[in-house]
Design a protein around this ligand. Structure first.
Ligand code: CA
Length: 691
């Protein structure tokens, strides 16, 4: 204990701020006052030992206060709480510090991401999943690729590093992590051009780059950065480096103090289609894998690849949770991981050895994981060898970035899952001739031109037993895009839902004990903290993320229309009696009839191709927007060709976050206009969208 206090004191003296910092608190599950890291502690368990609010009294939980967040759009961020100051990343990485004692904004820092992003605006949804904290500083990553250190007390910028090539398709939505005086960040962009994934660690105090680790090998002619890359190159074929390879670390990075490891969850291939990326196959290391690195040097330690030769947009970017559990009769330090592919993995943290892998959702691409080889046994035809296939899960996965949580008391993992198929078709693509179009969505297999129907996707929350690898309980969720979870020593699990309901479940059996209508789709994970002896629960209310952008009707069904519903910070406590301000009810897009518009079907077909690559990303497949951007079936502006041109080609709305597309021409704009009208008429005929 003496050593621990000494470290805290030394760091306090070195720091210019008054918020105390004890790095040991990041490993201590018994101290629940703060929420210091993305997953609360390094373990990413999202478990709090607080139990003032418990299964016995949670029916008394109520809104203590709320704060309106004007200007915010996508909210998916897990807040941090340090000594009663709550920090969160808003849309376009605007950082907010809110004093939970005074219920007032302490400071905000707007990194002006829209201005910095330039053409990269085309690929940003404005989402930011979280922040890091270390020794008096908050670390925020911006959509355009900057990592910013901010004085937590004053809100002043301390240093900024550009972590990506500004002209590359890289963007950042993920939360940085801080450990050992370092801060680490990855990036995304594997759908949007030739990218080669990497992470970079910086000195937390100075911003100096400490190390960088690439996830896939580059061109052998340039030499390999390390032996891991040299080895990885033996698992690729053709001229993979032309396509970048992918493997971006866009979400999961977990620091393990027991072994001084950093675990990276690597992404899918670029492009998705392996016949293009690595003709002739191969495992394509280190795509879709967990890689352990030495946290001080960034040197490779071990890896476990969940999907060798990835070809479906499967990735291992889902959270990596540390735990000490008894597996096969032995007490082991393990990591738990439920990636897109639908298997729940238990892996020995000391050596990367697979201990167990069992399906947690509907899986048709593989039957099981062979425990001898650690490899999935694939179903014949899953790699669309004849041009097309429908498999479960699809590109949205059986689990996505919405974090699971682990409660050492109940022994259960609280896992938000969904069952949704994916359709893959490359019958019109000639692999050898396929080329990237930078900053356009193109993955080498048929993409997102048509709507996602409401039917066919289901979801739920599971209390998953990692020892038996079976669900102890399952509770059905609305739609398919629900938030991540948080669990407490009060035998509780909290989760926000797509329909706006915030619920508390009994941890051991899944009974729904409490709910609150937040009047907005919930996509962000809740946190809990203690200030002046009282336990609070906080979360951001604001629909966001992939399905809020390109979910089509699957996301639109909940009625969270762009610009209609206010975004808020909600704080709950026992006997809270605050009321939410008046809020508009859910609303569907009112599709314009426009009988005067003469639809040209040839133009509409051409427009569909332009739409898929340029517009789907925000305005949705099949021209059905899910709340992240305006629904263009309802837009009168799209009927006026000159106005449409000024926005799309000349960038008239760039200041407001609508990018420009100067590589398109007037024929493209006209074609898109016809595609929009075709889809508008089709949805009116189907009786949707005009309620
Ligand atoms: Ca992806």
């Amino acid at each position: 204990m003496a050593t621990r206090n000494l470290i805290a004191t030394t760091l306090l003296v070195a720091s210019s701020v008054s918020i105390a910092f004890d790095p040991d608190e990041l490993t201590d599950n018994n101290d629940g006052r703060n929420w210091l890291a993305y997953g609360r502690t390094h373990s990413e368990q999202r478990y709090s030992p607080l139990k003032e609010i418990s299964a016995e009294n949670v029916d008394r939980l109520g809104l203590a206060w709320s704060m309106e967040l004007p200007g915010e759009t996508h909210l998916v961020s897990t807040p941090l709480v340090v000594d009663g100051i709550l920090f969160f990343a808003g849309s376009y990485s605007k950082v907010w510090a809110v004093d939970t004692r005074t219920q007032k904004v302490k400071w905000t820092l707007d990194p002006e991401t829209i201005k910095h992003a330039g053409d990269k605006l085309r690929i940003l949804w404005g989402t930011s999943r979280g922040l890091a904290y270390w020794n008096g500083k908050i670390y925020a990553a911006t959509g355009d690729g900057r990592l910013i250190a901010i004085d937590a007390e004053s809100g002043e910028e301390v240093w900024t590093q550009m972590t990506v090539d500004p002209d590359s398709p890289f963007y950042i939505t993920g939360a940085p992590r801080a450990f050992n005086g370092k801060v680490i960040i990855g990036n995304g962009g594997a759908e949007l051009g030739p990218v080669r994934g990497y992470v970079t660690a910086y000195d937390a105090e100075t911003g100096e780059q400490m190390w960088r680790w690439w996830t896939v090998p580059g061109n052998p002619a340039d030499g390999f950065e390390n032996n891991a890359m040299k080895y990885a190159a033996t698992t690729w074929k053709g001229k993979w480096w032309k396509h970048g390879g992918g493997g971006t670390v866009w979400n999961a990075m977990t620091y393990d103090p027991d072994f001084n490891h950093i675990y990276l969850g690597t992404g899918n291939g670029t492009p998705w289609n392996q016949r293009i990326r690595s003709p002739g196959g191969g495992d394509n290391l280190f795509l879709c894998a967990i890689v352990a690195l030495d946290a001080d040097t960034g040197n490779y330690k071990w890896h476990y690849q969940t999907v060798p030769g990835e070809t479906w947009d499967f990735n291992s970017a889902m959270d990596i949770v540390l735990a000490d559990i008894n597996v096969h009769g032995r007490d082991l330090k393990v990591l738990m991981h439920a990636p897109k592919n639908g298997f729940f993995y238990i892996i020995n943290r000391s050596n990367g050895k697979l201990l167990s892998a069992r399906p947690f959702a509907k899986i048709t691409w593989a039957t099981e994981v062979d425990m001898k080889t650690g490899r999935p046994i694939e179903v014949k035809g899953a790699r669309y060898p004849d041009g097309e296939v429908t498999i479960w899960p699809g590109p949205l996965g059986a689990h996505n970035w919405q974090p699971m949580s682990y409660n050492p008391g109940t022994g259960l993992v609280y896992l938000p899952y969904h069952d949704l198929s994916g359709y893959y078709n490359d019958s019109k693509i000639i692999p050898a001739e396929w080329e990237h179009t930078a900053l356009q969505f193109d993955v080498g297999v048929a993409g997102y031109q048509d709507d996602f129907p409401v039917e066919g996707a289901t979801s739920g929350l599971m209390g998953w037993d990692p020892i038996t690898q079976t669900p102890t309980w399952t509770s059905v969720n609305p739609g398919m895009w629900n938030a991540g979870t948080m669990t407490t020593a009060g035998n509780l699990v909290f989760q926000g839902h797509a329909d706006g309901m915030f619920k508390a479940y009994r941890g051991d059996n899944g009974d729904i004990l409490w709910s609150f209508d937040a009047k907005h789709g919930l996509s962000a994970s809740p946190v809990t903290f203690e200030t002046d002896g009282e336990q609070y629960i906080a979360m951001l209310a604001g629909w966001g993320g992939g399905v809020a952008a390109l979910g089509g009707s699957m996301g639109a069904q909940h009625g969270w229309m762009y610009g209609v519903h206010p975004r808020r910070l909600l704080v709950f406590a026992l006997d809270g009696e605050a009321k939410l301000p008046t809020t508009p009810p859910p609303r569907m897009a009112k599709v314009l009839a426009a009988p005067e518009f003469k639809l040209d079907h040839e133009q509409a077909i051409a427009g569909g191709l332009v739409w898929e690559k340029n517009c789907t990303w925000c305005h949705g497949p099949g021209v059905v927007a899910s709340g992240g951007a305006p629904d263009l079936r309802a837009s009168a502006i799209t009927l006026e060709l000159d106005t449409l041109k000024s926005i799309v080609l000349d960038g008239a709305l760039r200041d407001r976050g609508m990018p420009w597309f100067p590589h398109l021409n007037m024929d493209d704009v006209k074609a898109v206009q016809h595609f929009i009208r075709k889809k508008a008429l089709a949805s009116m005929e189907n009786g949707v969208g005009n309620k």
